[in-house]
Design a protein. Structure first.
Length: 251
């Protein structure tokens, strides 16, 4: 039986008041559901973390951040450390999101430091990988994913099991285009094989990229898909809950 992780990535959206309303309603709605072994996660902007921590029913949903610096503290103006995320109630942190790679130049070297730092502080990384449309059209999707996954070879073996992978084709993020079931099945199976061959393990592999209330049941049912990383559709509680409900129905 699958155990799903349904993770919202709010990106740079929602002010404190919206976050408070969302968090309180999420508490109430999830109380009426039987999540069994599936998990719900909200990855919020830094400014909303303490607000959410203070209202969160921890038995129902987890809190995460969308990025962090690798250092514990220091002269890094504008950055936020893993210790600060722990302090603000985070259990998870998204690392290597394609928007971080694209707009902030995050590469394997930096992401190796970030993942190891997160693990050292018992934060669970959601490590994002994915190809652009040019890379897919040039038939180098698996070369790109292979290169991005090389980061995991610099993680202490006993920590690998604390990582979640998110496959997010860049061309499907925020575009309304989702990868089709065949494409998702092919990539998730390839990632699962990669993990088996290199680390003799399976990890949760989330799909991300325009997942919504309407397409989530089909996507979540695909082999080796163990949840979703949801951007736009996670900002509306009713849509997010519909995805959670679809996951519950599949367990
Ligand atoms: P989207 O974003 O659901 O809005 O496509 C997903 C993500 O970037 O994590």
């Amino acid at each position: 039986m699958k155990k799903y992780l349904i993770a919202g990535n709010w990106k740079m959206n929602l002010l404190q008041n919206d976050a408070q309303i969302f968090g309180n309603n999420l508490n109430n709605e999830l109380l009426n559901r039987n999540l069994s072994d599936s998990e719900v996660l909200v990855c919020a902007p830094f400014t909303n973390l303490f607000t959410l921590k203070n209202i969160q029913n921890e038995t129902l949903w987890a809190l995460g951040a969308q990025n962090m610096h690798f250092a514990d503290s220091g002269a890094y103006t504008g950055e936020v450390s893993p210790l600060m995320l722990k302090d603000a109630g985070c259990e998870y942190v998204i690392l290597g999101h394609s928007e971080r790679r694209q707009y902030f130049g995050e590469d394997n070297e930096l992401l190796t430091k970030k993942i190891n730092s997160a693990l050292h502080h018992s934060l669970k990384p959601i490590f994002c990988i994915g190809e652009t449309i040019e890379e897919r059209n040039n038939n180098i999707t698996f070369d790109i994913l292979h290169h991005q996954l090389e980061v995991l070879k610099n993680v202490e073996p006993h920590q690998i099991s604390n990582i979640t992978i998110a496959y997010e084709p860049v061309w499907a993020i925020g575009t309304g285009l989702t990868a089709n079931s065949k494409q998702i099945a092919e990539v998730h199976s390839w990632i699962n094989n990669y993990l088996q061959i290199n680390f003799s393990t399976s990890l949760k592999i989330l799909y991300g990229g325009s997942m919504n209330a309407g397409n989530s049941a089909e996507i979540l049912a695909i082999d080796n898909v163990s949840g979703g990383l949801i951007g736009g559709a996670s900002l509306k509680l009713d849509q997010f809950l519909q995805i959670v409900d679809n996951a519950i129905q599949l367990t």
